[in-house]
Design a protein around this ligand. Structure first.
Ligand code: CP
Ligand code: NVA
Length: 318
């Protein structure tokens, strides 16, 4: 198998997909599709390269897929588990952590509470930093989400994607990516739980550039009419556990179930996982024929391999 040349990543770090132009985002997704199609061709690309993974929060998918992805490309990964409450910046400054990690490793993946922590790591480390989820963004998730839609549909331009629920990290990165790909994006959230205003403004600007659209809607039935994909996520994210009950009441009309899906255009169902069946999504929908949640989970691996390959093994990198 002949490996196609890997382009360098279009930015020094992957903190936000907002840092990429539509063409740059498409390049990352095309690289992910190429790496998935020719998996054995890149086995040696990152030989000798080491990845540091520093996580303040629990993880199944992100942890496994970065670790396995690094191994698949010939490199190695070392995990520091801070999910017992020891946040970055407590024992020593985030800057000092960055200055240590850069001496031993070639890249850092961080999962943090404060978004600022990922930004500070990226500002201080001389090696690339990848956001493995912060309270604001989840860019690796959105790469896998949009990659999966491209696999299912080919061209995603003009397709209607609706995110229902909390305007959270997953939602932010999804709307950033989908509007850059020319999709018609609607977010349906209860009042007070809408996405970040600045991220919304950027999504509107991207949609104008790519011929897509971005709208907000509070009524789930109105929102999903004609949708080609419906996405939801947990109502209480990591760090919001004490709000679980209050949020369950606020979001009770925003559950994705078979009745709601009837209003769509045979929509695919999407979720970043972990999911709570009987809360944000019914069993029948997430385990039904239109659910693509495990395709997305698989693609976390391929999308992140593309990010690692481009950051560390792209042409011109040593
Ligand atoms: N979707 C996702 O990021 O899963 P984990 O929290 O298990 O990594
Ligand atoms: N919004 C969720 C995503 C988990 C992958 C959280 O932050 O907990």
């Amino acid at each position: 198998m002949i490996a196609a040349p890997i382009a360098p990543f279009p930015a020094p770090n992957l903190v936000s997909l907002g840092d990429l132009s539509p063409d740059e985002l498409r390049l990352v997704l095309d690289t992910a599709l190429e790496i998935k199609a020719n998996q054995t061709a890149y086995n040696d690309l990152l030989r000798g390269k080491r990845l540091a993974m520093v996580f303040e929060k629990e993880s199944l998918r992100t942890r496994f897929t970065f670790d396995i992805g690094m191994q698949d490309l010939g490199g190695s990964a070392t995990f520091l588990d801070l999910s017992n409450g020891a946040r970055m910046g407590a024992r020593e400054s985030v800057r000092d952590m960055a200055k240590n990690l850069e001496r031993w490793t070639h890249a850092i993946v961080a999962r943090t509470y404060r978004h600022r922590t990922v930004v500070e790591l990226a500002q201080n480390a001389d090696v690339p930093v990848v956001n493995g989820l912060s309270e604001l963004l989840h860019p690796c998730q959105a790469l896998a989400d949009t990659m999966t839609l491209i696999e299912h549909w080919g061209d995603v331009k003009g397709r209607k994607l609706v995110f229902i629920g909390d305007g959270n990290n997953t939602c932010h990165s999804l709307i950033t990516a989908a509007t850059k790909l020319g999709m018609d994006v609607t977010v349906c959230a209860p009042e007070g739980y809408e996405p970040d205003a600045e991220i919304e403004r950027a999504a509107v600007a991207s949609a104008q550039e790519t011929g897509g659209s971005f709208t907000l809607e509070t009524d789930p039935i109105v929102a999903v009419k004609g949708a080609h994909a419906v996405y939801t996520d947990v109502w209480a994210s990591m760090g919001q556990e004490e709000e679980t009950e209050e949020r369950a009441a606020v979001f009770s009309d925003y559950a994705v179930n078979e009745q709601l899906m009837e209003y769509t255009d045979h929509a695919k169902f999407m979720h970043c996982l972990p999911a709570h069946r009987g809360h944000e999504v019914s069993r029948g929908v997430i385990d039904g024929p239109n659910s693509i949640v495990f395709d997305i989970a698989e693609n976390r691996l391929h999308a992140q391999k593309a990010v690692l390959a481009m950051l560390l093994g792209g042409e011109g990198q040593s």
